[in-house]
Design a protein around this ligand. Structure first.
Ligand SMILES: Nc1ncnc2c1ncn2[C@@H]1O[C@H](COP(=O)(O)OP(=O)(O)OP(=O)(O)O)[C@@H](O)[C@H]1O
Ligand SMILES: [Mg+2]
Length: 215
């Protein structure tokens, strides 16, 4: 049994399969006898969930300043990192996080147009040097991701959230931004084709994780 905890984040555009693959990876790790802490961002703590609902619903119809949006995400992340992620890793647990700091760079930096280097710097301030050991980037064509969401929202009876309602150009910038981050940090970010079926993706992700971390 590996004593050291590992931190894996799942990233990608809307509908790329992050939540699906996080759940499957967590199941595989549990079956391999690891303690697993599965988190989602923003969220994962009561404060984080409160921030999540602030970010997803703009009931007053007020457009949020991109900087305010960025800082709300970072407030949630700073709290989650200190309260949950670090303690879990210190006791040897595996942390599987549905989105982490690359999301803010892709959405608020590349998507909204905040200065990317500045977003990276405030992100660093929020997490204090905490880094995923591995980030799985599920890359998918924007339209294909939205087709999946339409199916999910129809079966769950939910509407589109504030980000899902953004225009196509925004989501194309997010996708391109993610791919740029993968080129910038190739040792951490592993890009896979998220358009494949969920079972094949689960197998590939598991074989990479098992091989890289010696499970
Ligand atoms: N590989 C896949 N092939 C086809 N459909 C998939 C695949 N993975 C997930 N789905 C379906 O697509 C929808 C979106 O998947 P999921 O919720 O996992 O994506 P997500 O990346 O977490 O989305 P969001 O960006 O909204 O959080 C769900 O209905 C899910 O069942
Ligand atoms: Mg999701």
């Amino acid at each position: 049994m590996n004593a050291r905890g590992r931190f894996i984040s799942m990233e990608g555009p809307e509908g790329s399969g992050k939540t699906t693959q996080c759940a499957r990876l967590a199941r595989r790790l549990l079956a391999a006898g690891r303690e697993v802490v599965a988190l989602r961002e923003p969220g994962g703590t009561p404060l984080g969930e409160a921030i999540r609902s602030l970010l997803q619903h703009d009931a007053a119809g007020e457009r949020m300043a991109p900087e305010a949006e960025t800082l709300l995400f970072l407030a949630s992340r700073a709290h989650l990192s200190g309260q949950v992620v670090r303690p879990a890793l210190e006791r040897g647990a595996w942390v599987v996080c549905d989105r982490f700091f690359d999301s803010t760079i892709a959405y608020q930096g590349f998507g909204r147009g905040c200065d990317v280097e500045e977003v990276i710097r405030v992100n660093e301030f929020a997490v204090g040097g905490l880094r995923p050991d591995l980030t799985v980037l599920l890359d998918i064509d924007v339209a294909a991701g939205f087709d999946r969401l339409a199916g999910r929202n129809a079966s769950a009876g939910t509407g589109n959230d504030r980000f899902e309602r953004e225009d196509r150009g925004f989501h194309e910038r997010v996708r391109a931004g993610y791919l740029e981050l993968a080129r910038r940090w190739p040792e951490r970010i592993w890009t896979i084709d998220g358009s494949r079926n969920a079972d094949a993706l689960e197998r590939d992700i598991w074989s990479r994780v098992a091989h890289e971390f010696g499970i």
